[in-house]
Design a protein around this ligand. Structure first.
Ligand code: ZN
Length: 271
């Protein structure tokens, strides 16, 4: 509530456009914003596919935020809601979304067809990053993000990717076209959950914003934070680079909710 008064004071007439919840987009790779009813005690909790969901308060209501996996088929998902002794099920209809295809040429062929040593390294790294993506801390997250780098958006979330003619995983983040050395800022308050130099992602920073909302910054030339460090919205965390599997320097920004990559643009505040 206090935050609203401040936003109102700062933006005056623009307040109507200020949005604190993510944009509701119940599609594969999107976020379903689920109204759990008026804000009262006890605080509700929500789960889907055996994972807890973030529950945030806004305008006197509780909302659960469901990250929908990119490979979800159109249909209905059942979210289990618990409030005190009361249990209920919320049905979430998932609409189809067809993401465009993108063909890229990578000069370093090992980044597309890794050798056995690379595959062993990739498997080790996946264990680490999977554990980071599964974190669920208590803090209620700020879900109004600021774009972490100052530049045009290039490759959007969800593109079906073909590297050197070979189909690979879809683009699970948003690219910002900025040159090596450009500053990267935290989009919201959080705690640095992990930093590392990974085979595909290059130098990477993960930030835990609370309740399973995790963001990641990849291909960095420089990392300016360390694991466990608290960061504030807008704080410098590193610099753009071209490490890992890239066609050139840019920031790859990923946002994860309930262990699911979602379209970061759904959390960006818009004027
Ligand atoms: Zn990317």
């Amino acid at each position: 509530m206090k935050k609203h008064l401040l936003v109102f004071a700062l933006f005056g007439l623009c307040t109507a456009a200020v949005r604190a919840l993510p944009q509701n987009s119940p599609v594969p790779g999107g976020i379903a914003v689920l109204d759990l009813g008026p804000q009262g005690q006890p605080t509700p909790s929500a789960r889907w596919a055996d994972r807890p969901l973030a529950v945030v308060s806004e305008n006197g209501h509780w909302y659960a935020l469901l990250g929908i996996p990119l490979d979800t088929l159109p249909g209905e998902l059942d979210v289990a809601v618990t409030q005190g002794a009361a249990k209920r099920s919320l049905v979430v209809p998932v609409r189809p979304k067809n993401y465009p295809e993108q063909r890229l040429t990578i000069k370093d062929k090992r980044k597309v067809e890794p050798n056995p040593d690379d595959l062993a390294r990739i498997a080790r790294e996946q264990k680490i990053t999977e554990a980071v993506k599964q974190r669920f801390s208590d803090a209620m997250p700020d879900t109004t993000f600021k774009l972490p780098a100052n530049g045009p958006l290039s490759s959007r979330f969800g593109l079906k990717r073909i590297f050197n003619g070979l189909p690979r995983n879809p683009h699970a983040g948003l690219d910002v076209a900025v040159g090596t050395g450009a500053p990267v800022h935290a989009p919201a308050d959080g705690v640095v959950a992990n930093t590392g130099d990974y085979f595909f992602n290059g130098n990477t920073v993960f930030i835990d914003h609370g309740q399973g909302l995790i963001s990641a910054y990849m291909h960095l030339s420089r990392v300016d934070v360390r694991e466990g460090q608290k960061v504030r919205k807008g704080e410098l965390i590193g610099a753009v680079g071209a490490t890992g599997r890239v066609t050139g320097p840019h920031l790859h920004w990923a946002v994860i909710m309930n262990n699911t990559p979602v379209d970061p643009e759904l959390l960006l505040s818009r004027p």
